[in-house]
Ligand binder design. Structure first.
Ligand code: CP
Ligand code: NVA
Length: 302
């Protein structure tokens, strides 16, 4: 039975093992050891949206595992000219061992996974970004040594893919989650309800006054995700006051860290002072995309 990673819920039973494997692979490769756990395997990577980190980290990660990755831009394959998702999934399943798909929509993602006979890994869709949140949990673990009982605060667009995957991912490892967003941008109720089932504190609020009180981790993301460009001006107005600032970081617990999946837009969702400041771990986080995804690919290939 093939296994996909489309929602954080797909890794709820082995998230800790995947994080541990990511840290182990990172340690081994940095010591010069070979980790050819996917020798001779091929990853197909379909992109319907732009990418820097996802593309490069999957391609280099696959090479480090002894495999090979193929970059498939939607514009260059027949999918972009109207070939069905079903036929594309069935055909690619005959050539490659695994697919990474960055899709415009979660509907397309699920349709692809339904027809593919090989594991499908989401490289983001409009509802979730699971590879990024597995990575972020690995990064938090490295810096804080533990995940359980930490207080996680996310400020900004509470209805986007990052906010949804944070709700599920943080809750499943025992972290308390607070989403701070204007009411119009609160998460889909489904993700809040699923997060609450893990028994942690889940709070959704528009109150930015005491946003960082007791926070161990502060996160944000762009206010204008890919696909939201037509609403850009409206969103910049709506999110005024929701910028992560140095003053906010000072309110948090001592040793609190700042994370951001990147790309960042400075002086909108976060000041550059914070993003490039002493509490920020954003470049460790970017690096960890590769190690975490290597662990994900090895796990799904089993
Ligand atoms: N964080 C992230 O997914 O970055 P890219 O869009 O550059 O892949
Ligand atoms: N929420 C952002 C994440 C980018 C990695 C987007 O979907 O554009």
């Amino acid at each position: 039975m093939k296994r996909d990673l489309i929602s954080m819920l797909d890794v709820k039973d082995d998230i800790e093992e995947i994080i541990a494997l990511g840290i182990d692979l990172k340690t081994k490769v940095k010591k010069g050891q070979t980790t050819h756990l996917l020798k001779g395997k091929t990853l197909g990577m379909i992109f319907e949206k732009s990418s820097t980190r996802t593309r490069v980290s999957f391609e280099v990660g696959m090479e480090k595992l002894g495999g090979h990755a193929l970059f498939l831009s939607k514009n260059d394959i027949q999918l972009g000219r109207g070939e069905t998702i079903e036929d594309t999934a069935l055909v690619l399943s005959r050539y490659v061992d695994m697919i990474m798909y960055r899709a415009m929509s979660n509907v397309a993602m699920k349709e692809f996974a339904k027809h593919a006979t090989i594991p499908v890994i989401s490289g983001l869709d409009d509802k979730e970004h699971p590879c990024q949140v597995v990575t972020d949990l690995m990064t938090i673990k490295e810096h804080k040594k533990t995940l359980k009982d930490l207080n996680f605060v996310y400020l900004g667009d509470g209805a986007n893919n990052m906010a949804h995957s944070y709700l599920l991912g943080c809750a499943m490892v025992g972290m308390n989650v607070k989403i701070v967003a204007p009411k119009k941008y609160w998460p889909d109720a489904y993700y809040v309800d699923e997060a609450k089932k893990f028994g942690v504190d889940v709070v959704v609020t528009d109150d930015v006054k005491h946003v960082a009180d007791d926070a161990d981790v502060i996160a944000t993301d762009t206010w204008v995700s890919m696909g939201d460009e037509t609403q850009k001006q409206q969103r910049l107005n709506d999110f005024k006051g929701y910028t992560v600032t140095k003053e906010m970081m000072n309110q948090a617990n001592p040793n609190a860290i700042f994370i951001h999946c990147l790309p960042a837009y400075y002086d909108y969702e976060v000041s550059k002072e914070v993003a490039h400041g002493p509490q920020s771990v954003i470049f460790d986080e970017a690096e960890n995309r590769m190690w975490a995804q290597m662990a994900i690919m090895v796990t799904l290939d089993k």
